[in-house]
Each structure stands twice: as C-alpha cells, then as structure tokens.
Design a protein around this ligand. Structure first.
Ligand SMILES: [Zn+2]
Ligand SMILES: [Zn+2]
Length: 395
C-alpha cells in the first residue's frame, strides 16, 4: 500500500483532528476524572463505527479495528490534564480555572482518534488487529499500569505497542527517539522534619526543624555530585519546602518534597535508600526526627525495543520525509508508557510541535505551553503507519 496516501488522508482530516483537540483543550480533566473526555472518545468511536470497551481503569477506553485476531499491535494515548492555570492566549483556552492540558495529552488523544478514523477507512488493509488504548492518569497516577492490569494487552495478545508525546523542543515535522532506555525511572520524595516549636527569640528552648530541613536539602545534593559515578545519571530535585506561619515563631515541623530519578529501577531504589539514610541521620544529629517516604507510584524507565524503534523510524520517514527522524539521548522525564513496555516490546517517541512563529516554544508543564496544530495529522499518520508496517512484519 502507498504510505504517502495515508499522509494525504491525514492532512485532509486535519480540521476534524484539530476540532477534537480544541474541544478537549477547553475541558481539561485531572487524573481518574476524565469522564467527559472518555465520553468524547466513546462518541467519536461510535460515529466511526469502531467497537470499544469502556470504564477500564475508571475512564479508560479500548477501541479495536481489524479482524479481532492476531497479529496485534496497540497504539496508546493518554487523556489527563494538569493542575496548572493556563496563561496561553489561544481562543480555545481552558474553561476550567486551575486546570490545563499543559502536557499535550489533548493532542495525543486527538491524534489517536485521527488514527482511528484513518484505520477504519482503510480497514481492508489491516491483516490482524489494531488496539487503540485511551488511558487515564499518566501524570503520576500510573493509569498505564492499571490498564495493563485490566487486560488491555491480552485477547488478542499485543505484540508491539507505540506511543507519541508532543515536544516543543522539536520543530514541527520532526520525530525523535532511540533504542534502549529513553526515559527515567522516576518517583516522588517527601520528608517531614519534626522538631520542637518555640519563640524565635529563644532558639535554645526549641528544636529548629527549619535549619535541619535546610541541611538535609543541601546534603541530598551530594548524593548525586559525590556518590554517583559521574558517568551515571541521577536526579534529586527538592521542589517544595513548607513550614512556619509567623516570622517570630519557630515551627514544630517542616515538610520537604521533590523527585528522585535514575535511568534504572535499581538506581532509583539506591538513591531512595540514600535519601532515607541521610535525612534520618541529619535529623537525629540535630535533635529532630525525619519521616521519609516516597509516595505515589514509582515509574519504571521507558525502554524502547530496537525492532519497534526501527518500525517507528520507518513510519516517521514515510510521513515526514528523509532526515526528519532523529536519534536522541535519554532524558530524565518519566512516563507511564513504561508499564506497557515492561510487558510487551514497544516504542515511545517525541513528535515535534515547536514553532517560534506562533510562540509554540514553551516546554510541556508550562502555563504558556502552545502547540503547532499542523503537526497533529503527522502524529495520526505515524500511528497508522507504525501499526500497518508492524502488522506486515508480524504476519
Ligand atoms: Zn506531563
Ligand atoms: Zn505527558
């Protein structure tokens, strides 16, 4: 089949894809609350005549195109937004104060719906099954793990899985990824330092958790700079410190939060154990107590299968042209796509949506984050070609 045809078909439905994206963008929903988003996905699949299962992992949807048997390839999009107040001046701004599709998951969902429409229109070409996974809660809720646990990779068994993430660091018309480790193992960190509150003028009668917390924050940085092999990758970022309510009162406790990351799960566990040891020891040396925890879900590293990345590169070049697909270095971001690639071979790649002419230069999670929507049909076409090429390889 002529792959160029898919690109033309994708470009022809760009207004439809963009319309869906803008609708999603105006109505962002946080993790495990993607009820309206899920309904929009379902009604769109209904319109397209695509069968699906709903209410998987709360709001997840699994569409199926093809003959229902193997070989089977899955395409995945995430649907959740972030608790960020949008500051971008677009006419389809978020209508919900304090919530925004600042990670582009609205684009991911719309691009996968675009792929669904193209696959349905070309269903006679599908020798096997393509599963369309619309998942909740990528932003810390491990929705991908829940979806896998609820069986979306089975019956028929998924043999390859592909996912895309928009990136403003790449210009529109580019795709980037690599074989092997692409993204980090990542988790969160919380330390509560308990001291003894008192009058700020009489520190000798109190046990100050503020100075102790400050020492812990500084000392944690030496785990990375002094203990880790300089050729290995690790991150400990403290991003929040809360405590105290008055300038002249020593508070009874301080709370410190942040993130710990490594390129391996073992590396992550090691960093966590050192955080635990150092925080506890510094607290006790200063007469305080530290309560250390790593709440939420530790995301495994995202590992791209070599054969799947080759398939992704081919699809990328078919859609974007020669020289438009880049090999990149790993980055320390985390992704719950990793939960799928723990079980089946897959590939996660970054799709360029950057365009300085329209101010699409802010990175994801920024309140000014903007997208060059001309990239969206490319994403849909890359999804389709990844699926069709892989089914050819597998049959
Ligand atoms: Zn994100
Ligand atoms: Zn994201």
């Amino acid at each position: 089949m002529d792959k160029q045809q898919i690109v033309e078909q994708a470009k022809a439905i760009q207004p439809w894809i963009v319309g869906l994206r803008r609708q999603l963008h105006q109505h962002p929903e946080l993790m495990y609350e993607e009820f309206e988003t899920s309904k929009l996905v379902q009604s769109t699949l209904d319109e397209l005549g695509i069968e699906y299962q709903k209410d998987i992992a709360v709001t997840g949807v699994l569409g199926t195109v093809g003959n229902g048997n193997g070989p089977c390839v899955a395409l995945r999009a995430d649907m959740d937004a972030l608790p960020i107040h949008e500051q971008a001046d677009v006419e389809f701004r978020s209508q919900v104060d304090g919530k925004m599709h600042a990670c582009g998951h609205d684009c991911h969902t719309a691009m996968l719906l675009g792929a669904a429409r193209l696959l349905k229109e070309n269903e006679d070409l599908i020798q096997g099954t393509v599963k369309l996974i619309f998942q909740p809660a990528e932003e810390g809720g491990a929705g991908g793990e829940k979806m896998s646990n609820e069986g979306v990779l089975e019956n028929p068994a998924v043999q390859r899985i592909f996912g895309l993430h928009v990136s403003a660091e790449l210009p529109t018309g580019m795709l980037a990824a690599r074989a092997g480790t692409l993204l980090a193992a990542a988790g969160s960190l919380r330390i509560v330092v308990h001291g003894k509150g008192g009058h700020a003028a009489m520190p000798h009668l109190a046990i100050d958790p503020v100075t102790t917390a400050a020492k812990i924050v500084v000392e944690l940085q030496t785990i990375i700079s002094r203990e880790l092999d300089p050729l290995e990758s690790g991150v400990i970022s403290v991003t929040m410190m809360h405590g105290g309510e008055a300038y002249n009162v020593i508070p009874p406790s301080m709370e410190v939060q942040g993130t710990v990351r490594s390129l391996t799960m073992d590396g992550l566990k090691h960093l966590q154990s050192r955080v635990q040891e150092i925080a506890t020891a510094i607290a006790s040396a200063n007469g305080c107590q530290a309560e250390v925890s790593f709440p939420g879900n530790d995301y495994p590293p995202t590992l791209n299968d070599e054969v799947c990345w080759e398939a992704g590169k081919t699809a990328g070049e078919e859609v974007l042209g020669e020289g438009k697909v880049l090999e990149m270095s790993p980055v320390m971001g985390g992704e719950d796509f990793a939960f799928y690639t723990q079980r089946v071979p897959g590939c996660f790649a970054f799709l360029g949506i950057g365009n300085p002419d329209i101010d699409a230069t802010y990175s994801v999670h920024h309140p000014m984050f903007k997208v060059d929507e001309d990239a969206l049909p490319f994403g849909s076409a890359i999804h389709v070609n990844c699926a069709l090429n892989s089914l050819d390889d597998l049959s």
